[in-house]
Ligand binder design. Structure first.
Ligand code: SF4
Ligand code: SF4
Length: 426
């Protein structure tokens, strides 16, 4: 659908009453107190672009690109404006007029073909393993990378040697009586950067009566593409994933990644595929999509057995924006943690505040992302927790970097890893 016809662009901009509520909650505005990075300023900017009063050039893209797409503004806007959708739609419209061959190579070629993405990650693993990354850093070669990547390459440390998909079967039978047939949407971040989360997910689901199928041909959920102005590619990826998962007879489509479940949910797919005539296919697909912690608590009602030998650990929980803001899921991850023997759950201040990771944001806006991370790490450090639990691979990567920067001893985990561990350690 044409940019100007998209519902948020056509109908919602007019609803802004300039109250400033969005500004008061925006984590980026808290760091750069300038209207050009404020959500209210973005709404105005998109209106000007739509009406042809401002040229859709790179400078406007860069202003809009400062936004994390964390959705904090959208959930707080009294006029109900989907500010993050406005922003994403405008980025895509502007990008079409100011394309970049490097971005096209990354998002159209590499990030649409899982085998290529896996090869790139393997090359990075090889560079870390052989010390080539350190040598390149010492020689200043990493400074030749584009944009903020010279600084951001420090975030990608400890890359695993093998992906989750290479360690898991396509069909994983239920242990004991089969209750559900579950399609596991194994996103790129979990597959390539956090394979232990995937192993724990399959372990816990099969223990609790689920046959877990991991369709080999699944594609990226498309959220990195939306954030980088590549909405056309995100649309193609969404269509392929919908077609693939709808060809199976799944009871549920489960994902452990907050970004994936929000990208695959009805709200985002209706925005992304507006006017494509796919309403029935979207409904059939998205009504089955469910976040892992919601599935474990609300559907399976998992109750890990009591264990007198369980280690006593202090855990704090960080709300990923794509879970708490985009899907209003805050209780189930905490409830799951409370049910695990030995865990003392400590609430951090501002648990629902963005960590600054936001997919590729830390890679493209390193310094700003670190300022936002520092506020989060202050809240985490004050709890004195041994573990930082969260449900998003991007947050996990960012928080790990925060732990390393501060030389803390805390470990960053997904709640399902602690759950799987509690079963194994009985
Ligand atoms: S909160 Fe909504 S109505 Fe208020 S200034 Fe922001 S966009 Fe406009
Ligand atoms: S989505 Fe988040 S970062 Fe972007 S304008 Fe809204 S509150 Fe600010």
């Amino acid at each position: 659908m044409d940019f100007k016809e998209l519902p948020p662009v056509k109908e919602q901009v007019m609803k802004c009453v300039r109250c400033g509520k969005c500004r008061s909650v925006c984590p980026v505005f808290a760091e750069i107190r300038n209207e050009t990075v404020a959500p209210r300023g973005h709404v105005f900017m998109v209106q000007m672009v739509r009406d042809g009063k401002v040229k859709p050039d790179q400078a406007v893209y860069d202003h809009l690109g400062n936004c994390l797409l964390c959705e904090t503004c959208s959930v707080n806007c009294p006029s109900g404006i989907d500010i993050h959708e406005l922003n994403a739609a405008a980025r895509s419209y502007i990008y079409e007029k100011n394309p970049s061959p490097v971005k096209d190579l990354i998002f159209d070629t590499m990030w649409t073909k899982p085998a290529l993405l896996k090869s790139a990650i393997r090359m990075m693993w090889g560079a870390q393993k052989t010390g080539a990354q350190k040598i390149a850093r010492a020689l200043g070669l990493t400074r030749m990378l584009p944009g903020d990547l010279p600084k951001a390459e420090q975030i990608l440390t400890n890359i695993p040697s093998r992906s989750a998909k290479s360690r898991l079967a396509e069909v994983n039978p239920a242990r004991g009586e089969k209750k559900y047939r579950v399609g596991y949407f194994l996103g790129c971040g979990t597959d390539l950067l956090n394979p232990n989360v995937a192993l724990a997910t399959v372990d816990v689901l099969t223990r609790n009566g689920c046959e877990v199928v991991i369709p080999r041909d699944m594609k990226c959920c498309g959220l990195p593409h939306i954030a980088n102005g590549k909405m056309d590619t995100a649309q193609e990826l969404a269509k392929e994933n919908i077609r693939l998962f709808n060809s199976y007879d799944f009871d549920y489509i489960v994902t452990d990644c907050a970004s994936c479940s929000s990208a695959l949910g009805a709200k985002n797919l209706e925005f992304l595929l507006a006017g494509e005539g796919l309403d029935e296919e979207i409904e059939k697909f998205s009504e089955k999509v469910i976040d892992l912690t919601v599935f474990l608590v609300d559907v399976l009602d998992v109750r890990p057995p009591a264990n007198d030998q369980a280690l006593k650990i202090r855990v704090t929980y960080h709300d990923p924006c794509h879970l708490a803001n985009a899907q209003n899921i805050k209780n189930q991850p905490r409830e799951l943690l409370r049910r695990i023997p030995g865990i003392d759950l400590l609430e951090m201040k501002d648990a629902n505040r963005c960590c600054g990771g936001s997919g590729t944001y830390a890679l493209t806006h390193y310094d700003l992302s670190m300022q936002i991370l520092d506020r989060k790490m202050d809240c985490i450090e004050a709890t004195g927790a041994d573990y930082i639990a969260t449900c998003c691979p991007s947050c996990m990567m960012q928080l790990n970097h925060g732990v390393n920067r501060r030389h803390l001893g805390a470990k960053v985990v997904h709640p399902v890893e602690l759950l799987s561990h509690s079963y194994a350690n009985r």
